[in-house]
Design a protein around this ligand. Structure first.
Ligand code: NAP
Length: 253
């Protein structure tokens, strides 16, 4: 019987967990533990880091994992790199369930930057009203451009106030709609949106809203990842599980 480990923290991971549970397949969903109250899941959940590549490889061996699915966020670069290395070390096949990156469309006014530091640099200049749609991990870096008024949207109330001199905090875990995001942008008189190229449809409302209002965006490109087998659809993961080779150690190699 397959024993599947899903590295999660995304809606794609939750969708895959649903699909696997509905098929009666044994799966565990792993969270980093960043979100205070993760959604209830139809499969067992484990929470917390593994302890690097060696820790994940040991987990795969100890728990008899036969298939590893990296369904982390496209910006969770460290976890994804660890998954490639640990899967190789433990001889467990790996697949990545990802969202295709967003592409510009007519009406978009994007400034593309390589990373968060690039976004901070691109904000040099006179004070503006900026929607920082990034999650709380990267907000502190924007203190270097403290002249702006920042509107921050987080999924949880942070333990400590964000370290930005002039900001408004909105706590909302979605789902987000184009109408709702247009209203947010207008209510706060936003002149510029900063976000990561997360891709997918779940959080693209802000893109469509910015386009509709003619607002410029600073778009942070995805980090580079090691080569790996990637699919964009949970059903493709099921097909892969049906056909992927069992781990070499189970074949006695
Ligand atoms: P990261 O920088 O790539 O990972 C940092 C460390 O967190 C990893 O080395 C690992 O610790 C642990 N970790 C990450 N994901 C894990 C998982 N699913 N299960 C167990 N441990 C995990 O990751 P991140 O950017 O901080 O993201 C953390 C989580 O938030 C991920 O689950 C990701 O899918 C989700 N998320 C991230 C973003 C984003 O923009 N980065 C957005 C939405 C959701 P060890 O080395 O100890 O194993």
């Amino acid at each position: 019987m397959p024993e599947i480990l899903i590295l999660g923290g995304t809606t794609e991971a939750s969708a895959l967990a649903q699909l696997l549970a509905a098929r009666g397949l044994a799966a565990t969903l792993s969270y980093a533990g960043r979100t205070q109250a993760p959604r209830a899941q139809p499969v067992p959940v484990r929470i917390g880091g593994f302890g690097g590549v060696e820790g994940l490889a040991a987990y795969l061996r100890e728990h008899g994992v036969t298939h590893l699915v990296d369904a982390t966020h496209p910006f969770a670069a460290q976890m994804s790199a660890h998954a490639v290395a640990a899967a190789q070390a433990a001889g467990v096949p790996l697949i990545a369930l990802t969202r295709p990156a967003w592409q510009t469309q007519p009406g978009d006014a994007w400034t593309r930057v390589a990373d968060v530091a690039g976004a901070v640099d691109a904000l040099a200049g006179p004070a503006r009203r900026v929607l920082l749609a990034l999650g709380r991990m990267h907000v502190a870096a924007f203190a270097a451009q403290g002249q702006h008024h920042y509107v921050l949207r987080f999924v949880d109330t942070p333990d400590a106030p964000p370290p930005l001199p002039d900001h408004t905090l909105v706590v909302d875990r979605g789902p987000f709609t184009v109408e709702g995001d247009m209203a947010l942008l207008q209510r706060h008189a936003i002149g510029l949106v900063v976000c990561k190229n997360a891709g997918g449809s779940g959080v693209q409302a802000k893109l469509i809203a910015a386009r509709a209002l003619g607002l410029p965006m600073i778009m942070i490109d995805r980090p580079d990842l090691p080569p790996r087998h990637e699919v964009h659809d949970p059903q493709a993961v099921l097909d892969w599980i049906a056909h992927a080779a069992a781990p070499s150690r189970l074949r006695g190699v």
